[in-house]
Write a protein that binds this ligand. Structure first.
Ligand code: MN
Length: 347
């Protein structure tokens, strides 16, 4: 009786799956989160990439070097997957990290160059004008709206935009300003890293698709051009300083965030003022395109955007994630790139 056999096997598999679910870790059971938190490492869990492709767990001012855990990642060949390998395999990776961490070599956090915690995101999704007070400042400041209607409409009308993945760097790599003749602003944002393939996800289940959170800087040249163009030069998407796993932030909708430049507080707000919160952004994004593990969502910036210049030191912080230091410099060939803009006139 093949049909009956299939039914029995199917039912048995469901039971096995349920049993596995029931014996999951405490944190997984309580939060429904993804992935499991690392046991015995304290709270929160911070995973970083640093120096020459090293993997670390941040523990106060120390990084525990758990690079051998990368051995659990599958080897791939052309054509490469659309997801980030590390984020797509975060659960087995964390299990290996857990087995390594106690005896891992320790290095000082201050001595390393922090890289983006996601190496190969398939896309960088970003929310425009997603705080009401930022929308109001853009509407009242010509230097921000540039008489461009598309800059002053609500997120409900504007939808989302994409930043080039080639713009992504980590905190230790810094921001290299290209267009020194153009106003370029900081935008501090909560960044969401997707952990599971998400397609037409409802806002009620959206948070279970999140691998973790980081601080995002959506560096922006002001002007009339399309957002994706002005926000995509190399180094204009900073992600870091590390990934905090989702279990450590059960509610991303009540986090203080702020940014200081040269010791001066420029932006200070809370994610409770997001017009579209993290669940709504995942619902909206996944209704238009499939989100893959490692895709990043920049959730939008609050009021207070202002210019940055070569030599500036940026200190950005978000509750439960940490503090991120980013240096600003001129790109080596910035004057040549500015000349290209002049040749085109108003690009
Ligand atoms: Mn932004």
């Amino acid at each position: 009786m093949p049909a009956g056999t299939r039914v029995c096997r199917s039912a048995r598999l469901r039971l096995v799956a349920r049993a596995v679910e029931v014996v999951g870790t405490r944190s997984t059971r309580e939060s429904g989160g993804y992935p499991e938190a690392i046991g015995g490492l304290g709270d929160p869990v911070r995973l970083c990439r640093f120096d020459e492709e090293r993997l670390g767990v941040v523990d106060g001012g120390v990084i525990r070097d758990v690079t051998p855990a990368l051995d659990v990642l599958p080897s791939v060949s052309y054509p490469l997957p659309e997801h980030d390998l590390l984020i797509a395999n975060l659960t087995p990776l964390m299990a290996r990290v857990r087995s390594l961490v106690d005896s891992a070599p320790r290095v000082s956090l201050k001595s390393v160059k922090l890289l983006s915690p996601v190496a190969n995101p398939g896309k960088l999704v970003a929310a425009p004008v997603n705080y009401q007070k930022h929308l109001e400042e853009v509407r009242t400041d010509q230097a921000l709206h540039h008489n461009t209607a598309g800059h002053t409409i609500t997120i409900q009308s504007a939808g989302l935009f994409l930043k080039a993945t080639s713009s992504l760097v980590g905190a230790g790599e810094g921001i290299a300003l290209r267009k020194l003749d153009r106003r370029t602003d900081h935008e501090v944002e909560l960044a969401v890293v997707i952990g599971k393939t998400a397609r037409n996800v409802s806002k009620e289940s959206a948070l279970s698709y999140v691998a973790g959170y980081a601080i995002g800087l959506d560096v922006t040249i002001r002007g009339s051009e399309d957002r994706s163009f002005r926000k995509s030069p190399d180094t204009y998407s900073v992600l870091g300083p590390w990934l905090v796993t989702a279990d450590e932030i059960p509610n991303p909708g009540n986090l203080d965030l702020q940014i200081e430049v040269r010791g001066e507080l420029r932006q200070k707000s809370n994610t409770r003022y997001l017009i579209l919160g993290v669940p709504e952004l995942i619902e909206l994004a996944s209704s238009f395109y499939t989100l893959h593990p490692g895709d990043v969502i920049f959730t939008g910036t609050p009021e207070g955007v202002s210019p940055i210049e070569p030599g500036d030191a940026i200190v950005a912080s978000i509750d439960r994630i940490g503090v991120m230091n980013v240096a600003v410099r001129a790109a080596e060939d910035a004057s040549a790139m500015a000349a290209v803009v002049s040749a085109f006139g108003s690009v």
